[in-house]
Design a binder for this molecule. Structure first.
Ligand SMILES: Cc1cc2nc3c(=O)[nH]c(=O)nc-3n(C[C@H](O)[C@H](O)[C@H](O)COP(=O)(O)OP(=O)(O)OC[C@H]3O[C@@H](n4cnc5c(N)ncnc54)[C@H](O)[C@@H]3O)c2cc1C
Length: 589
């Protein structure tokens, strides 16, 4: 075992982690720990754009952007946070431009902007061009640009190190102050455990899409940061809100960016009808994702789906000029050719909703400080990006607001974590902080259990797709909870065929499965208790939004076996939503 000491340790080298590192490493001794090589982080898969009311191509302002974000999130957004994000968006884009990011340009040489779902002019009059982009590989460009700057600034990286635990000075569920003291990491190449002590710990570990089977998310998005914090007694906020992106390639889930509709693509059912005209008469195919995804699923349920099994709808780009498609949507049209054998110039592309984005996560203040309950912070612990819930996305995120979120709140996290560390003492370590991780790894690596992680993961993902996806009911969720409980018990008997210590990916995947099981339970328990429909959470048995009882954030706290809601290990509390300018209204588009 090795021990290292820094002022700040950042867990995750995606957009949020590296944006934080750029701020923190110039102010305090900083290490970035990442299970992936930084440029393999999921930020690099982001396609469509990053929004900011630059008003480069038509009138726009940050107040309209704030309003759209709040309305898009079905009023569960904390409005102070959304306002900060929309205001700081402009500098966030210009920062990236100065770092050298090759944005698409207008003929006059300004950063070009395009339309995206839910972004409108003047509080909903018509779609507005707000998304800055680099063809359909905006995230790739952001990630490469940030990495280059990190290299230039000599940021220290621990690559292919898996953080499996956070070290706190006490239990956040009990009285008394609890501070962050570091993390416990597992080195993939050697199997060695590392304790990385620090005054500030920043979680920037991204999302948890692998809870579901059909997902746009990379294999590695297993919610580690969320689960690690939760196991140590930190609550998770609004986890029942998961975004299903309308246009995954049918049967595969691989994403076709909303930019396809921003550039003029149209969704059609089997008879060729532009069905979104019925569901969102004003902005049609550019309605927010929750509404489009539900409309698509409804078309299929009512028998208007396309294909031999009538189980998808069609994304039609055939009316667009091939040259326009090649200039603006080169990668995603290639995906349609490669994975489905469909030629988007001449044929519509089969699409169906795919699990895409976790609106919930580790609760933070607008300064990215982690909360241990509705009001109290954990000094030295920060979170930003998809792992966090600040909450700018409420119950449904607008497209292009996440690349923005990671830049705005990543930067804030880097500044806040360094400022805290500069004024703080290095906390004492509790005794043997490595013992929990060591125990788990040994149990799985050397155990003689009969369960395979791959089987358990497949079953979990199938259960979540069947029972906790676009449409949910009391019955489906109760069924899911029962199956997850069973899978958790079977997980105690999991073992691996590879008992080696060098590059044991089977072992780390089994650890990641433990995180997925933890989070699936939180998602389902939160969804069971939320007897209303809002944003990405749709209950067929409670189809309306209920502001009287549920205009509240869910705070899920871990408790002992059977001591939580519906016999689970999750106890629920609720937290008020911050409302500043906009009173909740019915959401129409
Ligand atoms: C296909 C796709 C397209 C998208 N397109 C857009 C778009 O056009 N616009 C938009 O706004 N949003 C888009 N999104 C969403 C957006 O890309 C993500 O929400 C965002 O990039 C997340 O950034 P992040 O920095 O929080 O996490 P990530 O980029 O996922 O990075 C997570 C980091 O954490 C590290 N990590 C995780 N677990 C551990 C661990 N246990 N130990 C150590 N390190 C760990 C990983 O190595 C990685 O470096 C898209 C998402 C997908 C999947």
């Amino acid at each position: 075992m090795q021990t290292h000491t820094y002022d700040v340790v950042i867990v995750g080298a995606g957009g949020a982690g590296m944006r934080a590192a750029l701020e923190s490493s110039s102010r305090a001794r900083t290490a970035v720990v990442s299970k992936l090589y930084p440029t393999r982080s999921h930020t690099g898969a982001a396609q469509g754009g990053m929004c900011a009311a630059l008003a480069n191509v038509e009138e726009d302002n940050w107040e309209w952007h704030t309003f759209d974000t709040v309305k898009g999130g079905d009023y569960l957004v904390d409005q102070d946070a959304a306002e900060i994000m929309a205001k700081e968006a402009i500098d966030a884009v210009l920062d990236l431009e100065r770092m050298g990011l090759p944005f698409n340009r207008t003929p006059e040489g300004k950063i070009d902007q395009r339309r995206f779902g839910g972004h409108t002019r003047n509080h909903g009059d018509a779609p507005v061009r707000r998304a800055c982009y680099a063809a359909d590989r905006t995230g790739h460009m952001i990630l490469q640009t940030l990495y280059q700057q990190c290299v230039k600034q000599d940021v220290e990286f621990f690559n292919e190190f898996y953080v499996f635990d956070v070290i706190l000075t006490g239990d956040p569920r009990e009285d008394g102050e609890v501070k962050a003291a570091g993390v416990v990491a597992y080195e993939l190449a050697t199997g060695e455990i590392h304790i990385i002590r620090a005054k500030s710990v920043v979680f920037a570990t991204g999302g948890a899409g692998k809870v579901f089977k059909t997902t746009s998310n990379a294999h590695t998005l297993t919610g580690d940061g969320m689960a690690v914090a939760y196991r140590r007694g930190i609550p998770l906020e609004d986890m029942e809100f998961f975004q299903f992106h309308p246009t995954g390639l049918a049967g595969l889930g691989i994403l076709l960016s909303e930019a396809a509709r921003g550039e003029g693509g149209i969704l059609r059912n089997a008879s060729g009808e532009r069905f979104m005209e019925r569901y969102a008469p004003t902005i049609k195919d550019l309605a927010p994702r929750d509404i489009v995804a539900r409309s698509m699923a409804n078309e299929v349920r009512e028998g208007r789906g396309a294909g031999p099994n009538k189980d998808y709808v069609l994304l039609d780009l055939t009316h667009l000029e091939p040259a326009h498609i090649d200039a603006k949507l080169p990668d995603i049209t290639e995906f349609a050719r490669t994975y489905l054998g469909v030629e988007p110039y001449t044929e519509p592309v089969p699409v169906y909703p795919t699990a895409h984005y976790a609106m919930g996560g580790i609760p933070t203040t607008i300064e990215t400080e982690v909360l241990r309950n509705n009001t109290d912070k954990v000094p030295g612990l920060f979170a930003a990006g998809e792992v966090a819930c600040v909450s700018v996305h409420g119950s449904n995120r607008l497209g292009t607001n996440s690349l923005l979120d990671i830049n705005v709140f990543g930067k804030r996290a880097g500044i806040a974590a360094a400022a805290y560390a500069v004024g703080a003492e290095l906390p004492e370590l509790p005794e043997h902080p490595e013992s929990y991780v060591e125990g788990e790894l040994e149990r799985i690596r050397l155990g003689s259990g009969s369960e395979s992680a791959a089987d358990l993961r497949r079953t979990l993902q199938e259960v979540m797709d069947a029972d906790a996806q676009v449409f949910r009911t009391q019955e489906s969720l109760t069924n899911a909870l029962g199956k997850i409980t069973e899978l958790r018990k079977r997980y105690a008997d999991v073992s691996v065929a590879d008992t080696g210590t060098s590059y044991n990916s089977e072992l780390v995947e089994a650890m990641e499965l433990g995180f997925l099981l933890e989070l699936a339970e939180v998602v389902v328990v939160g969804a069971l208790a939320r007897k209303e429909s809002r944003g990405g959470h749709f209950r067929e048995d409670f189809p309306d939004r209920d502001d009287e009882n549920f205009m509240l954030h869910t705070m899920a706290h871990p408790v002992g076996e059977g001591q939580g809601e519906a016999g689970s290990r999750v106890e629920l509390a609720y937290k008020p939503v911050t409302v500043t300018r906009y009173q909740p209204m019915e959401r129409k588009y």
